[in-house]
Write a new protein. Structure first.
Lengths: 314, 255
């Protein structure tokens, strides 16, 4: 499944808080240089998984490896190459943006000679030029999120872990943040968690879907939608469509199911066949006035709902 | 070492960009100034009365009559103010979630604790240093002995350092600064008076309770007697406080 080098490997990871299993026997791998989305409803275990990966929380059982370093035994090595933006951006409101980044650069062990260069670069990449001298408490939510990003990438980490990077931003800011994250990719590996599905289709190469701490699906977007989709289909809307016209489509060889939903017809056939042509022919031959025809592709939203409400149908 | 310094520098900056350090230092200096003034005034009036009698005049000792009671007063002020210096050290990080930044950075828990502790020591040191200005007047107009004076300051510093170590521990227990301050103050007060229980205790307990008392050790030092037992007591108090802080942070993450 994975072509390139593996950057993050999680094996049978379990985290218990008392009797509550926040993460249950989770395993997945992320390829180097890709953006992977960690998807799931609230309280699914996304944040816990990320906290374990960054060394903030120890796991109860299992193994997590980042760039070949074990998250539990080689914490310092992992911390050195990982940038982390927690869900709640860790900012000191009394500091200026610049002095905050200065402090972060110091505790991320950037040698003093490269320090100011690293800070300048982080400021430039995250677009913080205009607020560098201001107190963090006085800057807007969007800028705070950017400071969070700057903080995560100041030591030029190979792995970026972003917990809900677009939460609390307005639509324009969300778009900017998305572009920013995409631009950060390069040869970095990025994991981001979210429950906004559009975000995943627009930024990620692959997804891990978890629910109640369990792995529900894992793979590249194309792979996942392809496996979840068992049938091909189209949606057809014609002028003056009626229930009785279902018959017309049912007669086409290969069609397995036709459904009139009041507006149009949902026509499904098995994956192997290719009968779009027959369908258009039927439309033309019967003098139907075609208003709309679109393929019924399984999108990430359908996949997500399907997966979260009871696992992928095979 | 560099990591410790990074944390320490940030903490010192925070102390002095927020009003906390200024308020604590100001209140401290005003109170110490008041006590110093009262004691000097009393000493002067006593000296004037005794001046006619050469024998009594010889007995007038500024170290014993001004500095020993002054140091006792300062120790009480520290008891009240130090919980306010330490209360936010870890509570605040937890509350504004910046602990997630600290604990996911390549820096050890010990380095974070020591960095923060050193910053609080710096504030304590600054507080005590400024009160040294008061003593310049006694040197200008009188003849105090310098050794017991320095010994007293050392005692204050050691005792303050022990208070800070306990305060930092309570700060690591809760994200509420007020709870952290109250717990620190209560525990310090208990350690202060713990030897009172020794009156009713018997045998070895009596010695243990006496040994545990913070004030007992401080009293010895202000008399100008620098005993290793007392120094060891404070150093172990500090070590124990920082050790507990480490355990509390570690256990919180493992829970």
């Amino acid at each position: 499944m994975l072509k390139g080098e593996r950057m993050i490997e999680i094996e049978n990871l379990t985290k218990k808080f008392g009797d509550l299993k926040a993460v249950n026997n989770l395993s997945f791998k992320v390829e180097k240089g890709t953006i992977w989305g960690l998807l799931g409803p609230n309280a699914a275990g996304k944040t816990t998984t990320m906290r374990i990966l960054t060394g903030y929380l120890p796991a109860t059982e299992g193994k997590a490896v980042v760039a070949g370093f074990d998250v539990f035994d080689q914490q310092n090595e992992v911390k050195r190459i990982t940038g982390y933006l927690p869900e709640h951006v860790p900012l000191y409101p009394e500091m200026t943006v610049r002095s905050y980044l200065d402090f972060v650069a110091a505790i991320k062990q950037i040698p003093s000679k490269q320090k100011s260069q690293a800070i300048e670069k982080a400021i430039a990449v995250s677009g913080l030029e205009s607020v560098r001298g201001r107190l963090i408490r006085n800057i807007s939510r969007g800028f705070k999120q950017r400071v969070g990003i700057a903080q995560a990438l100041i030591h030029d980490p190979q792995v970026l872990i972003l917990d809900e990077p677009t939460i609390g931003l307005d639509p324009a800011q969300i778009k900017e943040m998305r572009l920013l994250i995409k631009s950060l990719k390069g040869d970095r590996t990025i994991i981001l968690s979210t429950h906004i599905l559009a975000e995943v289709t627009q930024t990620c190469d692959g997804v891990v879907i978890i629910n109640d701490g369990n792995l529900m699906a894992n793979g590249s977007l194309d792979e996942l939608t392809a496996t979840a989709q068992t049938k091909n289909g189209v949606f057809i809307r014609i002028r003056k469509g009626e229930k009785k016209q279902e018959e017309l489509f049912n007669k086409i060889t290969g069609v397995e199911n036709v459904l009139f939903d009041g507006e149009g017809f949902l026509i499904e056939w098995s994956k192997e066949q290719n009968i779009q042509k027959d369908i258009t022919q039927t439309v033309v031959e019967n003098d139907l006035i075609l208003l709309e025809m679109r393929p019924l592709a399984m999108n990430i939203e359908d996949l997500y709902l399907k997966v979260v409400s009871g696992g992928v149908e095979q | 070492m560099k990591n410790i310094w990074a944390v320490c520098k940030k903490e010192i900056k925070t102390y002095f960009t927020s009003p906390i350090a200024y308020v604590v230092i100001t209140v401290f200096l005003v109170l110490v100034g008041f006590f110093f003034h009262s004691l000097i005034w009393w000493f002067n009036s006593q000296s004037l009365q005794m001046a006619s009698n050469p024998y009594y005049a010889q007995q007038m000792n500024i170290n014993q009559m001004v500095y020993t009671p002054l140091f006792h007063n300062i120790s009480i002020i520290l008891l009240l103010l130090i919980p306010l210096l330490t209360m936010r050290l870890f509570s605040e990080e937890k509350k504004i979630k910046t602990d997630e930044l600290l604990f996911t950075s390549p820096i050890s828990i010990n380095q974070i604790i020591i960095g923060k502790y050193l910053a609080s020591l710096f504030v304590l040191f600054t507080m005590l240093l400024i009160t040294g200005v008061y003593s310049l007047f006694t040197f200008a107009y009188g003849n105090p002995e310098i050794a017991p004076l320095l010994c007293g300051y050392l005692g204050l510093f050691l005792m303050g350092a022990a208070f800070l170590a306990l305060g930092i521990f309570f700060s690591s227990l809760t994200e509420n600064q007020i709870i952290s301050a109250i717990l620190t103050f209560g525990t310090l007060l208990l350690f202060w008076v713990i030897n009172w229980a020794s009156f009713s205790a018997a045998g070895a307990w009596k010695d243990v309770l006496n040994y545990l008392s913070i004030f007992q050790h401080f009293d010895e030092i202000t008399k100008g007697i620098l005993d290793t037992t007392d120094v060891v007591y404070y150093l172990s108090f500090i070590f124990f406080g920082l050790f507990l802080t480490h355990s509390s942070i570690q256990s919180r993450r493992w829970r």
